[in-house]
Design a protein around this ligand. Sequence first.
Ligand code: UDP
Ligand code: MG
Length: 332
Amino acid sequence: MKRPMLTIVVPCYNEEDVLPESARQLTAVLQSLIEEQLIAPESKILFVDDGSQDRTWILINKLMDQNRYVTGIKLARNFGHQKALIAGLETAKEKSDCVISIDADLQDDVGVIRDFVLKYLEGYDIVYGVRNKRKTDTAFKRLTAQGFYRLMKWMGVDLVYNHADFRLMSKRALEELSRYKEVNLFLRGVVAQLGFRTAVVYYDRKERFAGTSKYPLKKMIAFAFDGITSFSVVPIRMITLIGFLSFMISSLAGVYIMISKLTGHADSGWTSMMISIWFIGGLLLMSVGLIGEYIGKIYQETKRRPRYSIETDLYSGRAGKSVQATKLAERR
Ligand code: UDP
Ligand code: MG
């Protein structure tokens, strides 16, 4: 059987501290897989520079000169983890038989990449890396992450529990993924919907090798919110439900007020008036806001803007004319 060409896609945002070490470890893995004749010798590690402000891109270029497995693309600005990943997957897809995505910070165990490949060779199209425990995360991160999975499940979004974006996908699965044209692509949700033969590989998640998390709480909340609103209409249904309930309650209150008025205890009006105005007002604002959120999504989708722009592509050899220039400029 022809050995598959594997590309490992690594999104990097300000990762100068970990990059050399990640490259070293991933190269070691790739080399041993090549020696074992499990993958093709032209397999690659594709670093996606997501508009870093530090020396990430310069390092990628340097690594490329020293290491024949390393290659890179540079996005035109910071697009965020998900989009950097998609950019990498779509670029890698062209030349690869299978693609593995992994974070730059070495939290995911590079040792299980071999298991991913074995599963692929057995005929699986998607192999999920699933964390055993979360003991290396802070209690806060663990709790928020678990809350997120619960909430998503409750909202009807199927996700693989404790699976981040460490996975293998076959060319076939990636082709299918490319047909999902939505701008607000929530990768984990979409991949879970693709179907195909899937397998799971368990591993222990480690601590970040160096540097700090590029996912502050603000980004985490935005990510969760994006996941929910691009996969679920439950929030809108909730609003309808709350609206209906408050309508029922205010009708009952109305009956009560009428009775008090008829029986002559009428001047109790002010408090309840104020409360209901504020209550309904708040409810309305919240509802309009949430519906606006979905309309905003529709607006973004109808524009069909590109999800990302690649400034320099050293992987496909489709590099823009400025490559030589940037290379020179950045090396100084
Ligand atoms: N990342 C990215 N763009 C961003 C933020 C993060 O490409 O805007 C990358 C980052 O370099 C890393 C991965 O996404 O390789 C996951 O980020 P991080 O490890 O900081 O997240 P955490 O593990 O803390 O959730
Ligand atoms: Mg991390």
